[in-house]
Design a protein. Structure first.
Length: 132
């Protein structure tokens, strides 16, 4: 599974849209098989979810984001885990160990899907009812 983590100075950025960069990490069988850091492509409406999708990520990890942003990610089939804080290395360790959990978003309450937290129900779910 490939994760995108909003990154600011080696830590999870409090707001994904203002993150100067994103850490992309692919984890297979509890091992990191790929890790790369890419700059933020810009904060126009929908640009970051599209960018994250183009990188092949399955899940976006951030400190927080608004409900509309969650909907954009969901439209691309990307799950969202919010309320995450700490260093990127600690977050990657939690992903590897299968114990990454989200909490309350720094922007609005929310959660992920299948990662120990509840997912925000969006209109996109109604249009795309099967799970990933």
């Amino acid at each position: 599974m490939k994760y995108a983590i909003s990154t600011d100075s080696g830590r999870v950025s409090a707001h994904f849209g203002r993150a100067p960069e994103f850490t992309f990490v692919t984890v297979k069988d509890g091992q990191v098989v790929e890790k790369k850091i890419l700059g933020n492509p810009g904060h126009t409406v929908g640009s970051i979810p599209q960018f994250v999708s183009e990188q092949g990520a399955d899940c976006m990890v951030a400190g927080g984001m608004g409900r509309r942003a969650v909907q954009f990610f969901n439209q691309y089939g990307i799950d969202v885990i919010m309320g995450v804080s700490g260093t990127i290395d600690d977050v990657i360790d939690k992903i590897r160990n299968g114990d990454l959990e989200g909490g309350e978003s720094t922007c609005k309450p929310g959660g992920g899907k299948g990662y120990g937290v509840e997912k925000i129900h969006t209109e996109a779910d109604d249009e795309h009812p099967h799970s990933h």
